[in-house]
Design a protein around this ligand. Sequence first.
Ligand code: ASP
Length: 435
Amino acid sequence: MNSIFDPRYLTRNILIGMTLGGAIGVVLNQMGATPDNPGFIAGELFQFIGDIFVRSLQVLVVPLVLLSLIVGTASLDDVRKLGRIGVKTLIFYIGTTAVAISIAMLMAVLFRAGSGFELNLETAFSVKESPGLREVLTNVFPKNPFASMAEGNMLQVIVFAILFGISMCLAGAPGQRVLDLARDLNEVVMKLVVVLMIAAPFGVLALVGKTFAIQGFGTIAALGQYFLLVLGALLIHAFMTYGILLKVFTGLSPLRFFKQMRRVQLFAFSTASSNATLPLNLENAQHNLGVNRSIGSFTIPLGATINMDGTAIMQGVATVFISTALGVELGIQGYLMVILTATLASVGTAGVPGVGLVMLAMVFQQVGLPLEAIGVIMGVDRLLDMVRTAVNVTGDAIVSTIVAKSEGEFSQEIFDAEEPQWEERTLVPTKVGRL
Ligand code: ASP
């Protein structure tokens, strides 16, 4: 029984939590739980546990991104290396997103998504003003680092951390002293990730339980074609695009990779949040995939913030689906515009549940589709959000592995190690003592 609390059995425990949560959720749903009237278990208990769990993970995100990026950048022996890694990483992140959305739109066009679908625009969707392109780009640059951290604006935190890390590199002895401190702090925060993972199975149970309880399964049937297309494109991208990329650029076994990624994917699926998954993804990249910390600490936080292939896939299918249902011809130019804006929207999408739908408004605006139409697909979005978040975090890990391998910062031994390698490594007492 004690193994419930043992992080070495994390994958199994998360799976149990998810399955139990899903089963309880479906029963509650059958007993009449709805979003407006979820009942005590889903609306109060699960909500309460889930909120606390997600908050506990979110509290780690800013310190973790800041510290790991500062340490990662400042530890590079040569600042030029940062430029090379940065360019490579960005090319892969943006490239994979563009491929993702192209696959999505191609499938949607081939399967004539949305044709014959009765679009009822009464289900008005009120969007908060989605930011324009220029604003998204300007917003990358912080004007007050403390405000960026307080607001959890990750892109700004990333830019600040990289600049700070570069200055540490250039500052000589004072930079080295700050680096030692930042390394120690980073180590402690990473340990906190392991501590929090003890609660993961319970948190996951509550989150999945609540989602399944209030999910209208009837909506899925009504939007079956859209749902299956998004799901299909997500799976194709996750297994084919990523599998091929990994094989071609690293020669590593995709099967092994997916095995090493399981726990992160399950976790992303349950939380529907790249941000909440970031601590685990970072930990897993180092200790299970063999991505050296100097690379992972840079690529994973960056990916969690700007690389959202799964989100772009949903946006691609949604755009074709809605435009066809409305009888609007987008044409080649329109499709190219969608690829461009959805790629940028994915950069601007925060890694929290449901934001992809809000950013879809930006895409719709660019191609002149009515924003109310987003309300039509809202009913099935949460379930798709879970799957696309799993794809989002997988994309971050794939690119990190490719970049690490190309830089010679990769450990085959860790990649090949059987589970539960990383937990044991992580649980090895540090200077301070045992967990
Ligand atoms: N939930 C997604 C993520 O955190 C973002 C989205 O597509 O809504 O990666």
